[in-house]
Design a protein around this ligand. Structure first.
Ligand SMILES: Nc1ncnc2c1ncn2[C@@H]1O[C@H](COP(=O)(O)OP(=O)(O)OP(=O)(O)O)[C@@H](O)[C@H]1O
Ligand SMILES: [Mg+2]
Length: 243
């Protein structure tokens, strides 16, 4: 072996350093864009208020254009928030937790949305589930992204099964929806940053969820059938091998 070639540990260290640098730059850029964007949004709102007082057809037309620009600004704002959330360098605060209880709390938060869209939530929780060590806030963010996707795949209602079970050296959480499902082409891209089939979707929900689950030493898998539904499976080790 060439004595100048770096060890695998050194290569890994350099990669992490390079990633950290890029993530910091990208995060800084997103922050820089957010400030002028808020000024634009605020002024747009003031302009809309002014024009709303007028009856002239020209002002009415201007108001329509402004509301389009306001929608696009909102979209940019969401994209930047999701991006900052995705790119942030998270140090996980790991604590032992009863996963069934934690999922119940998250479902409580999701229940009004489910009710609004006619989604029935069916829980199959294993009573003997071993306790896991997780960052509750990060885990909640990951699961909420998956729940939101399930809801968006079932705009006219359906069923969402949430199941927990012991699996291998840890636990598995399954989310099974009866939504629109995905074809193989879509399936091959869903964990790529910015890949979205939704108008206005940032395509960062699943990449963020995967990053969080993998940060816990776990993994996330998907199976889907077009027109039938989708199953996401999250596996978490009881004792995470932290990266
Ligand atoms: N449960 C699901 N059923 C069907 N398609 C899904 C499901 N979950 C994800 N997808 C597909 O995966 C794509 C990527 O999902 P992801 O959550 O990363 O982004 P998004 O939902 O499009 O946008 P956002 O950033 O708002 O979450 C979606 O656009 C959709 O095509
Ligand atoms: Mg999403």
């Amino acid at each position: 072996m060439n004595s100048a070639s770096p060890s695998p540990e050194e290569v890994h260290r350099r990669l992490v350093a390079a990633y950290t640098e890029i993530a910091k730059l990208a995060g800084g850029l997103a922050h820089e864009i957010k400030n002028p964007l808020s000024t634009i949004r605020l002024n747009m709102e003031l302009l809309a208020e002014d024009l709303a007082k007028s009856d002239s057809p020209r002002d009415r037309r201007a108001l329509v254009k402004i509301s389009l620009m306001q929608r696009e600004c909102q979209r940019l704002q969401n994209l930047l928030d999701n991006f900052l959330n995705f790119a942030k360098l998270q140090t996980l605060q790991l604590e032992p937790c009863d996963l069934n209880e934690e999922i119940d709390r998250i479902l409580e938060f999701f229940r009004p949305t489910a009710a609004e869209y006619g989604i029935e939530i069916v829980r199959y929780f294993d009573a003997e589930l071993p306790s896991v060590v997780i960052d509750q806030e990060a885990f909640r963010g990951a699961l909420l992204n998956l729940l939101l996707n399930a809801q968006q795949a079932m705009p006219d209602g359906g069923q969402l099964v949430v199941r927990t079970r012991p699996a291998g050296v840890g636990v598995a959480i399954e989310l099974i929806d009866t939504g629109e499902g995905m074809d193989d082409e879509t399936l091959s891209h869903i964990f790529e940053a910015f890949y979205s089939t939704k108008s206005g979707g940032s395509g960062l929900g699943l990449p963020t969820a995967r990053k969080i689950i993998e940060g816990h030493g776990g993994r996330i898998r998907v199976q889907s059938q077009l027109g039938k539904g989708t199953q996401f499976t999250i596996e978490l080790p009881t004792l995470p091998l932290l990266r």
